[in-house]
Design a binder for this molecule. Structure first.
Ligand SMILES: Cc1cc2nc3c(=O)[nH]c(=O)nc-3n(C[C@H](O)[C@H](O)[C@H](O)COP(=O)(O)OP(=O)(O)OC[C@H]3O[C@@H](n4cnc5c(N)ncnc54)[C@H](O)[C@@H]3O)c2cc1C
Length: 910
């Protein structure tokens, strides 16, 4: 093909036939200008810089669409160079099948060397452009929807409405409406009168030719652009959702791109039913809109990022745009408004336009391609189209099972965001497949070829991250899941899906050695463990090195025994080797019975790993934080969550404005506090210094007082309250500085914290076990009635909540058993054995709630006698029941699907 010939902008108008013969290489501004000289125009592009060829072969929406349908419907003849070099004409009488296929079928059949279009008398358009504050959205939405519903007699009017963020125009998102009457009629009675009296940021009303309008509407060079599109029924709710997600998009992009360096677009165009009918009357096209039953709106999303920004910024903006599209699609589906139609000319490379045109049209295009291009040159050898614009993607399927309504969604999604369904599947309207794919494939199809460089860069970053993970993992025993003390791990593995990322997450034990400092909290726990071991060492009969594994039934039995065993004199053996570094200052206090200590120690060893880890798993809404949070558990999670915490500080999420309301801010607050809680929780769990410092946090809690009135609200609120206290605990008890404080000061701090934690009430239902078991051990070691009262109060606090919440019930039952053991030991071995009155008095003087039980040891003895379940204290449904209603605020995802991803790692961490 002679490119020189195509480049020549040769146009001709034949007044006899009223046909404009247009060469394909031209841009519309020039086409209109040339045709103007002949007093005619055509149904061409509204933006002067758009090319003729792609516009007409993809359909073509113009200001004349209300009257003349898509631009391609005005094409009376295509001159085409076929794959074998033959030049043919395609029109209603000659090669009619090709003619129809070319109307919307893209570049699947040949190179069009001339478009013969029906001309339209050139008139000055009435052109009204107004910029409005987005605060007038209600009126704008009404106007847009009513305009799209207006009757065909008003089809000379066209409306383009878009929301945009573009700092040279406005520092805030603004709305632009462009109303055109192609007959130059200023006073047509459209629905736009609703917005005509609104105050404007700017308003331009002119009468101008199509050439002038197109020349005045061109996007400036110097940016990378991406767009995607959906079509939905004309429903104000969906329009509002589009406005909402666009606002979110802008906020998100502001988080990682200089606001002056990007622009956005959320664009609405009416597609009335009669537009589809016009196509049919004019010989048919491939768009599949002939039988539209309802007026519709075509929505187009766009992002533009300045070319001098780094490529990663554009790639992320592009991804965010696709996410927004998925959200709109999801919503329009949920209100049964999704039409499934994806317009080729606005589609993103991951979208599936041809697949949305209906099976009959696909079949027609396949047949035409096979007939005019039998060797498949255009299918396999011609670039310039995404894979979804190629017919070879569509296996031969005969019209059946729903005919035209059947959507051809045969491609695999390009990127899974781990939701169910994932964003890409929603965008593609495809059945979701979240199965693991080979990583290199995933990279290859992530973005279209024109973003290859950006993809490569991301690929390098990913490789680095992967390398780091491998380094972390390679020296460890990552493949095997250590036998669980309870035997549940393997059993659980049968019930859960296999991990969805390639690498197995290492077990906690295997990564622990990576930290060389003093693991503050762990060391504290270790002191208790050592004290217990030292006690055992006093008895030469017991081999403390034997594996500390107990099946659950045995645990239950032991606990049961523990609660009924009478102590013997042989239990009172003096310690021989209290380990100096962990001297708990037991002095010559009598020791608890050896078998009880052994059981406690065994439990501590067997379950420490689980109980000393936070078990609440969920995800923040910011994608990067999600990824970090999802990737690991315990020590691995600590590293990743630290990244999320650092990112949240970089984004200023810790200092958000508290007076301003809005879904977006609310969501950011939720994300921040989510990360905050994890940061503190994991710092405690792993014995590390948290990344976020409370003294620098001004962001308010994402909970209202009403939220806190429900059980989950109380739990979640308590979780956050506790996070705040836990930082102080870390600082004042476990930090390097705190380690130098005198025992007296530390004890005072502990007393203060005990009161504060007590005031949080329900927190021990969420992170109770580590502290509880330490306290129980301490009560046994010191025969402390004070500790016993504290243990008892925790059990009492948990009891009412346990009735509603399965998670808390399990924790309550476990705590109750430990309390029983501790109280038995204390009462039998210690100098101190409080009678009920003394007990209450002591509780009162310590600021603890009174114990209602008659025996002073709590009501817990008889509660849930057989329901202790150590197997999996935070099961999926438990977690759901605790977090329900709150995680949804952190973003749209299915918590069950998420739990399926997370749980295998938890199982592996046992
Ligand atoms: C700023 C802007 C405004 C827009 N406004 C509108 C609008 O008002 N209405 C609307 O419907 N769309 C609009 N579009 C979308 C536009 O129609 C598409 O981007 C279209 O693909 C542009 O065609 P092109 O020839 O300029 O692009 P190209 O990228 O050159 O071509 C697009 C596709 O068509 C194929 N193609 C082009 N010419 C030929 C030919 N002669 N023979 C065979 N195949 C060919 C190419 O191979 C390629 O696959 C707009 C796009 C932009 C960027």
């Amino acid at each position: 093909m002679d490119q020189g010939l195509l480049a020549a902008e040769f146009r001709l108008y034949d007044p006899q036939s009223n046909i404009a013969k247009i060469e394909p290489a031209g841009r519309w501004k020039n086409v209109f200008a040339d045709l103007d000289k002949h007093g005619v125009t055509v149904a061409g592009g509204r933006d002067g810089g758009v090319g003729v060829g792609g516009f007409l072969l993809g359909g073509g929406i113009s200001f004349f669409s209300g009257k003349r349908g898509f631009g391609c419907d005005s094409v009376l003849n295509f001159e085409v160079v076929l794959a074998n070099g033959t030049i043919v004409n395609a029109n209603q009488t000659t090669n009619a099948d090709l003619w129809r296929a070319l109307k919307g079928g893209g570049n699947n059949f040949g190179i069009v060397t001339r478009f013969d279009l029906e001309a339209i008398p050139a008139r000055d358009l009435y052109y009204d452009l107004r910029l409005l504050d987005s605060a007038y959205s209600d009126s704008v939405v009404n106007a847009v929807v009513r305009f799209a519903d207006q009757d065909q007699p008003l089809a000379d009017d066209a409306l383009v409405t878009f929301y945009s963020y573009d700092t040279p125009v406005s520092s805030e998102i603004y709305v632009c409406t462009i109303h055109v009457n192609t007959m130059g009629n200023k006073n047509s009675a459209t629905a736009l009168h609703e917005i005509e009296d609104l105050p404007v940021i700017a308003n331009v009303t002119v009468f101008q030719s199509m050439a002038e309008a197109a020349a005045g509407s061109q996007i400036a060079p110097g940016s990378r652009n991406a767009g995607s599109t959906l079509t939905f029924y004309n429903d104000p709710e969906i329009v509002r959702r589009c406005i909402e997600v666009h606002t979110q998009l802008v906020e998100t992009l502001k988080g990682f791109i200089n606001p002056d360096k990007f622009r956005t677009l959320s664009f609405f165009q009416p597609i009335p039913t009669y537009m589809g009918a016009i196509g049919q009357q004019r010989g048919g096209n491939m768009l599949g809109l002939d039988d539209m039953q309802h007026n519709a709106l075509m929505w187009t999303a766009g992002v533009a990022v300045d070319s001098d920004s780094d490529q990663g910024a554009f790639a992320m903006a592009h991804a965010e745009m696709n996410k927004m599209t998925a959200q709109v699609k999801e919503f329009s589906r949920s209100v049964h408004g999704d039409m499934g139609f994806v317009y080729l000319n606005y589609a993103d490379a991951i979208q599936n336009p041809l697949g949305s045109y209906g099976i009959r049209n696909i079949e027609h295009m396949r047949e035409v391609a096979a007939k005019y291009d039998p060797t498949g040159i255009f299918q396999e050898r011609v670039s310039g189209a995404s894979r979804f614009q190629r017919l070879m993607q569509y296996p031969a399927i005969r019209a059946k099972d729903g005919g035209e309504d059947f959507q051809l969604n045969l491609m695999t999604p390009t990127k899974c965001d781990r939701r169910s369904p994932c964003a890409s599947c929603v965008t593609l309207n495809a059945a979701c497949r979240t199965t693991r794919r080979a990583p290199e494939k995933r990279q290859r199809v992530l973005l279209s070829s024109k973003y290859e460089e950006a993809v490569q860069e991301i690929g390098h970053h990913l490789a680095d991250v992967k390398g780091m993970l491998h380094t972390l993992i390679s020296s460890k025993d990552v493949g095997s899941c250590p036998p669980s003390s309870t035997g549940r791990s393997s059993e659980y593995a049968h019930r859960t899906q296999s991990p969805m990322i390639d690498e197995q997450v290492p077990t906690l034990a295997s990564v622990r050695e990576g930290y060389n400092g003093d693991p503050s909290f762990q060391s504290h726990a270790h002191r208790v463990e050592s004290a217990l071991e030292a006690t055992l060492a006093a008895s030469e009969l017991i081999d403390v090195e034997t594996p500390m594994t107990l099946p659950p039934d045995e645990v239950k039995e032991l606990l049961h025994d523990a609660s009924t065993t009478n102590t013997t004199t042989s239990d009172h053996v003096a310690p021989r080797n209290l380990l100096p570094p962990y001297d708990l200052e037991l002095g010559d206090m009598p020791l608890p019975p050896i078998d009880i200590v052994l059981k406690l120690l065994r439990l501590a060893k067997a379950d420490k790993q689980r109980f000393f880890s936070l078990r609440l798993c969920s995800e923040p809404s910011a994608e990067s934080c999600r990824a970090l949070a999802l990737l690991g558990h315990s020590t691995v999670a600590w590293r990743l969550m630290s990244g999320a915490a650092r990112a949240s500080l970089d984004l200023g999420l810790h200092r958000l404005a508290n007076r301003v309301d809005g879904q977006d801010l609310f969501q950011k607050r939720s994300v921040f506090w989510y990360i905050y809680a994890w940061d503190k929780g994991l710092a405690m769990t792993c014995g590390r210094t948290p990344v976020i410092h409370h003294y620098d946090v001004t962001t308010s809690f994402p909970l209202t007082p009403e939220d806190r009135s429900s059980v989950p609200g109380r739990l979640y609120g308590a979780f956050l309250d506790y996070s705040v206290v836990s930082e102080e605990i870390q600082r004042k008890l476990f930090s390097a500085l705190a380690q130098h404080a005198s025992q007296e000061v530390r004890t005072q701090e502990v007393d203060g914290f005990a009161v504060r934690i007590k005031s949080i009430h329900v927190i021990l239902s969420l992170v109770p076990f580590a502290s509880f078991i330490v306290l129980a051990g301490n009560a046994i070691a010191t025969s402390s009635g004070v500790d016993l009262a504290l243990l008892s109060s925790v059990v009492s606090i948990l009891a009412p909540i346990a009735a509603d919440c399965p998670t808390v019930r399990k924790v309550h039952d476990a705590c109750e058993r430990f309390h029983r053991i501790a109280s038995l030991v204390v009462s039998r071995t210690s100098r101190y054995s409080p009678n009920p009155e003394e007990y209450q008095e002591q509780a009162f003087s310590n600021g603890l709630p009174p114990n209602d039980s008659a025996d002073g040891l709590g009501t817990f003895n008889s509660a849930h006698p057989n329901s202790l379940d150590y197997g999996f204290p935070m099961a999926q449904q438990d977690r759901d029941s605790v977090m329900v209603g709150f995680e949804s605020e952190l973003g749209n995802y299915d918590p069950r699907a998420l739990t399926h991803i997370i749980e295998p790692y938890i199982a592996n961490a046992h």
